[in-house]
Every structure is written in structure tokens, then in C-alpha cells.
Design a protein. Sequence first.
Lengths: 410, 410
Amino acid sequence: MRSVAEFTRMWADLAPVGRTASSGGYRRFAWTREDHDLREWFAAECARRGLDVVTDRVGNQWAWWGDPDAARHAGRPGVVTGSHLDSVPDGGAFDGPLGVVSALAALDGLRARGHEPSRPIGIVNFVDEEGARFGVACAGSRILTGVLDPDRARGLIDDEGRTMASAMTVAGHDPAHLGRDDEVLARIGAFIELHVEQGRHLVDVGAAIGVGSDIWPHGRWRIDLPGEANHAGTTALEDRLDAMLGVAAVTIAARRAAQEHGCVSTVGKVQLTPNGVNAIPSHAAAWLDVRSADAGAVRTTVAEVTEVAEEFGGRVREESWTPTTAFHPVLVERLAAGLGGVPVLGTGAGHDAGILATHGIPAAMLFVRNPTGVSHSPEEFAEEADCLLGVGALVAVLADLTSDPTDETP
Amino acid sequence: MRSVAEFTRMWADLAPVGRTASSGGYRRFAWTREDHDLREWFAAECARRGLDVVTDRVGNQWAWWGDPDAARHAGRPGVVTGSHLDSVPDGGAFDGPLGVVSALAALDGLRARGHEPSRPIGIVNFVDEEGARFGVACAGSRILTGVLDPDRARGLIDDEGRTMASAMTVAGHDPAHLGRDDEVLARIGAFIELHVEQGRHLVDVGAAIGVGSDIWPHGRWRIDLPGEANHAGTTALEDRLDAMLGVAAVTIAARRAAQEHGCVSTVGKVQLTPNGVNAIPSHAAAWLDVRSADAGAVRTTVAEVTEVAEEFGGRVREESWTPTTAFHPVLVERLAAGLGGVPVLGTGAGHDAGILATHGIPAAMLFVRNPTGVSHSPEEFAEEADCLLGVGALVAVLADLTSDPTDETP
């Protein structure tokens, strides 16, 4: 089968890009050299299939089989699939790339079976999904849909002090025209994102493929804790204001509250100032991530952490908040039924599909079984057989959604 | 008085070098551009006084008034004063530079009063005293005295992954010949280091100047805590191994144990991997600094912290340990008496004077009052009047130690 061979070849192509020898994981951050190489690769794969790539004003890459503008003017906007190619620090090979590679392989599969789509099929590579560099996840789809203000986006700063605007400019992308782009959005009649599962639901129920029903409410908070710079060896304990003690208390409070209220919470990023062995920390920033199926539980957890932070003179600011995102119920049901009644599951992870769904575009996700549930890690994994079942499922879904010329939805 | 004008001029010269606008503190790390500028400045100040600068194999800079080799062969090795010019991250202006500038101003003062030294007087700028870049404090004097192994020193790695050997090479210094240097050490008959006080003892007793009696036992430990990389949003709490929870526990244990046992302890530096907002930390390194007048109390504190670290699967390694360092008792008494009975005090901070004392060189320190006790901070301060009293004290001490040609000691 051509799609199988192509899947394997593409997967091998991507394996070395941005891989770090020390961890075996990936560092593919938006608007870097690695990202550039991945974008070139995407354009080349599309060209290989006779598809032009159009980069929108934000930097997301779109390739269309069929004319999306003619179709949408005819009231039949296209069906888009794809995902992203960037990664978290020391991330795995699957989160993102599996959806992009599967989209390209599914196109091969559709063509191999002689499918003539009744509406255009698009493949997308969303830029900066992980937010690993500038701290805002799904930046590409958030800017596209107007959820993330262009000025705020341009001014976001990475750990080296470079703004997103500057990073885009260095990468050859003009940041002047960021903003909601209704032209691009109008072309999308439905969006299907295939993704490796980031938990163990499919393993537990013994299924290779599942359909996503919703994304849990989730948010990120930045906690700033004050300290007073001083010598670690000569300052009496009672004279100290040590910002690290606040970080410790907040970390323990976050775990305890999450346990109590049925959330998951993480303090995954900490920055101490000056971060010197013999200097009392004069400032600390810690980032808190909390998610749950129940938004109220998240709010309660954050409130309890805030209370502890304030006991240490700290301040908690919400950096992002996403309420429950339900995928399109009709589409979800159609996918699950069309795939022979595969499991339907929610997820704690955010995705571009969620951003588009919130914007009102019919969207759904396909999940591919992850034998350990591990993700955002070099250990992230899916069996090749399951990945190929994922491609097959995507072929079936795309064929279903582009077969009936009278079909009004998804 | 020429020494006053010179002090003020030199202090103003140094004020902008390595100053960071954001904190108002200094970042003067060994073998950087800033360090290079400071070393050039030191050489120029010595040249201005007709003194040649000799850089030893490690990189410490020495300027001699008189011929140190002729003198030592005659059994009358010189009296050296000075300190260092590097800083901790966001350090203050005084820690280090006050000793160097005072040394130069004291030389001016001695000459202005027509002093003819009975033995050579040396001024030293020790390299890399703070260990801010490579993690080992007093690297310049430790390598000089053979306490720090040359191979270990060359292989020390900074936060950017550069070795000390490479950093030296980039700075134009050949790292091939590091190691104990008896030629250089034999020239030092006595070492007097002037330093801003890093506590509030002198304020409390109402004295501008004090003499150091000893340095508390102190050490640094690196604590490595394991974790498992995983997605912050999708991994159940019970499936997590989160390295940050270990850091929090260790931080709290370190403070609690220090309080109980009468030490000061600090977790001032933390490195999370991958340090991403939505990634569970897969590894953490935390550095612990513990000091006390009582070495047993330090050991007990570290043992209790180690127990907690091990509960989290962590490992604690000693990076450095310095037992109580007593300065030369005769010299200490002579200085205190010669200055009219100024207070004698111990300190929790390490100094090059302590390294030389441990090596058997008669050494002592002069402390200048610090109105807040704050150091290793942009807020570190000493009144100019007190600094000038410090220069005066150093003039008196140097004059005393180099006046009597029959004087066998210090």
C-alpha cells in the first residue's frame, strides 16, 4: 500500500530533526532553525503530492486538494486535517507530527483508492502549538481565530528575551499582519485532528483508535514570589526573605489541593533570581498548570494555591484559561459510528482542534493508542501498527466526509 | 589626601562595569568580557603606580612594590593585600572590589606618607572567587594552592555547557599549566584581605572596622532528584514521578533542620528539566549551602536533608566542604591591637584569605561595616566614610607589618 510506505518514509525523514542526543527527545520550537527545517519538509511533501502550500498571515501552512475558495463560495467549504510539528522541550516524536504525517499518508490512501472528493481536502501544519518558546499554547490557531491579540502575541518574550515579533522576523516571516483571518477560517467546513493519545484510556479498553469528545477546562497561572537578595552564608535565618521557600510551599499546596479536588496540577517551570548557589533567591517565578473535567475543581485548587502564595507575599496571575471545549457532537458521533463504534474519550490536553471548535468550526479528534500513556517525553510512543490503523481511520473519515455532494455538514 | 581622591576615582571607574540595568546589581563572572575589562583596569591601575602585573598560571594577577623573589630568598617574603573583582549574579559593588580598590589606595597612602617598606608589598586580584560561573568558590586560590585539582577545574562546566578550560582559552589564558604554584605562594609572607562585612556585627557593636578571626565551616551539596517526563494535563497524579515535589520537600527540610540545629541553610539554585509549563519535571537539581560555627550542626542538617531527598529517590553529593578556618592568631591580635582594639569577629562567608590560611600562609581579614548586613545583592552597601576608614586601617596595618626590618613574622 502506497500510504504505508509513504508513512514509514516520512516518519524516518522526521526522526532526526531537532532530536537532542542527551535525552533522545525533541526540541522543535517555533520560529527556530529546526522549525524552519520542518516547515520546508512539509512544503516539500505537499509539493511531492502536487499541492501548493499557502502560509497564512500567522504562519500556519495550508495545502489544498481542490480549490477551497471556489468551494466555499459554492457553500461547500473543505474538510481539513493535520496537526503541528513543533514540540515541548525534550518532547516525543508523536505529539503533533503523527497528525501531520497521517494527514499526508491519508491523502495518498484516498488517491490510491481513486477517491474523488466532493469538497476540497486541506492539510494544515499549525505553527507554535506547544507554546514551548513563548508560553502561550496553540499560538498559531489562537492568533488565526483572534483569541490571542496580535499585539500581545508580538510582544511575547522567550527565555532569551527575544520577542515573538523578532523571532518571526529572523525566521523570514513578517509579523506585521497578525490577527484574525476570516478568509482562511471560512475555507474550513470541518477540522479533524489525529493525535497520539496522552493517557491510557485506549489501552485500558483495548482499542487502537478513539474519537475525542471534549477537552477538559484548563489553565496556566504564573506565581511571583518575593525575596531579598542576600548572602547565603552570613544572613541569619530570621533576617531572610527567601523566595524559594514560597516556591516549595506553593508546589506542595498545588499537589495537595489537586489530590483533594480531583484535578491534575503541575509546577513544571521555575525561575529563581539570581539562581546562585550562595545567594538567597531575591525573586522566584513558578508556573502552575491545573486541569480537570470539572472547572469548579480547577478554580478551587487554584484558590487554595493562591492563598498559600499570598502567605509568602506572592501574587498569582492567570496566563491562560480555557473552559471545557466540546467537539462537534454530530461529527463526533459520525466519526465514532463510521469507525465501527470506537471509544469516545475526553482529554486534559489542549489542541488546535479545540481552538477551532471554540471558534464555531465543526471539529473533532482521532486518538491513536499510546501503550504507556506517556507523552511530552522522549518515551512517548505508539506502535507502528496502531499508527497505520490511525491512517486508515483518517482515510475512512475523510472519505465519508467528502463523498456525498449533497452532504450539508459535517 | 591622595589616597582618598584615588579611592573615589577608582570606585567611580568600576561602577558601570558589568552592571545590569534591570537589577542595578553586577554580573562579573570569571573569564567573561566583563572580567576581561576588570582585569585590564587592574593592570592599568598598577601601571599607573609604576607596578608591573604578573599573571600566575591560574590567572590571578599580582603587582609588587619591591622585588618579591629577592626578598623571599633573603627570608623576608612580602606582605600581600587585595581581594577579587568578580561577583555573584546580581551581586553588589563592594564584595571583592572594595578590597582591591582599598589595596591600591592604601599603597598610595603609604607612599604619600613616605613609607619605605622593609619587605615587598603585593597587591592581588584573585580570579573567580565567587564561583558564580563554574560552581566552585575561590577557584583562583584553590587551584593556586593545589586544593582544587587542575583536571577537575578544567572540566568544570558552566550553565551554557562551556568548560572552564574552554572559557579560559576564549579569554586568552592558557589552561594547560594550572596547578599548585609554590613559586607564587613562597612570595607571600602574610596576606591581609579587606572586605565589606556580610552581616551586622559591626553595626551592632558600633564599630566601623573589625578584624576577622575565622571562617565558619561550610559546604555545598548538589541534590539530584529523579522524575519521569510526562504531559502535565493528561497524566494521573498517581502515575507521576514529579521531580519538583522532591525539590519542595528538600527546601522545606533544609530550612527546618537549619533552624533546629543553629545553622544557616539555603537552596539558592534550582534547575528543572525540561522546565516547561506543561511538562512534568523529569529531573531536578537543587544546590544546598549550609554553614554554622559548629561543623557538627552542619553535618546533622545535611544528613536530615539527605534523608528527605532519598525518600524522593534523590541523591546528595558534596561539591565542597571547608572546615573551620582560623586566621593566624598572632596576626589577628596584632591587627586588632594595632587598630586600637577593634572588634574581632567570625564570618560565615568563604574567602581567598581562608584558602591561603588553610595552606599555612599567615592570613587575616579586615571588615568594613555594612549598615544593613546585606551582601550578594544590589543593596550591598558601605558608607564612603567607613570605606575610607578601611583604607586608613589597611595603611596602618601594612605600615606596621613592613616597618621593622628585624620583624620575623607576621
